[in-house]
Design a protein around this ligand. Structure first.
Ligand code: URA
Length: 203
């Protein structure tokens, strides 16, 4: 990884477009993904959201957070008074990793070393976007932003990522989709409450 980072640093992208061109050209660490899914949203957005990795639909469409988890995130953002188009949305890992089961492509969690491979890009990306607040959605985003494995339940809320921007940790929307029905409503309400705090912190 040190050599890979040095090689990437050599390319010294001087803009988000230049960085995105490098990401677009890169091969997935694990073969299979259709394309790299880049971050989306305005440069200078006051809030940036970092997810885990693109899912099946993101991989096909080439846009972050357009599948079921993304739709849930959009709905919760709206309820919290956040405008999705004003935020910057990206992922810790830029390629979909999956296991084929019949016709379905089942998401596989990226390993710590895969997350670390993509960290240099994420750091540069957030430097260019320069948000006021970065929201880590779930443990993979926390690992990507801090280099540490931290349980979400303990760290949930405002966080210090030792970066120029403020940090906030909450659950990943796909976690809400996987919960048993009787737990969903409360967990969703808690997620919206977190996003209301994010909205206030990002003002
Ligand atoms: N989950 C993520 O973490 N990111 C996406 O873009 C979609 C689903």
């Amino acid at each position: 990884p040190a050599r890979a980072v040095a090689a990437m640093a050599d390319q010294a992208p001087d803009s988000l477009d230049a960085l995105n061109a490098i990401i677009k050209r890169s091969e997935p660490l694990v073969p299979g993904a259709t394309q790299a899914v880049l971050g989306e949203g305005p440069l200078g957005a006051s809030i940036a959201f970092v997810g885990e990795q693109p899912g099946d639909q993101e991989d096909h469409q080439g846009r972050p957070f357009v599948g079921p988890a993304g739709q849930l995130l959009s709905r919760a953002m709206e309820e919290a008074g956040l405008v999705r188009a004003d935020a910057y949305l990206t992922n810790a890992v830029k390629h979909f990793k999956f296991e084929e089961r019949g016709k379905r492509r089942i998401h596989q969690k990226p390993t710590a070393s895969e997350v670390s491979h993509y960290r240099w890009w994420l750091d540069r990306e957030l430097d260019f976007v320069a948000p006021k607040l970065v929201v880590a959605l779930g443990a993979t985003a926390v690992l990507a932003l801090t280099g540490k494995q931290i349980p979400i339940t303990r760290a949930r809320g405002p966080a210090d990522f030792e970066k120029p921007y403020a940090g906030f940790i909450t659950v990943h929307p796909s976690y809400l989709l996987r919960l048993p029905d009787e737990a969903k409503a409360q967990a969703y309400a808690d997620f919206v409450a977190d996003l209301r705090r994010v909205h206030e912190l990002g003002l």
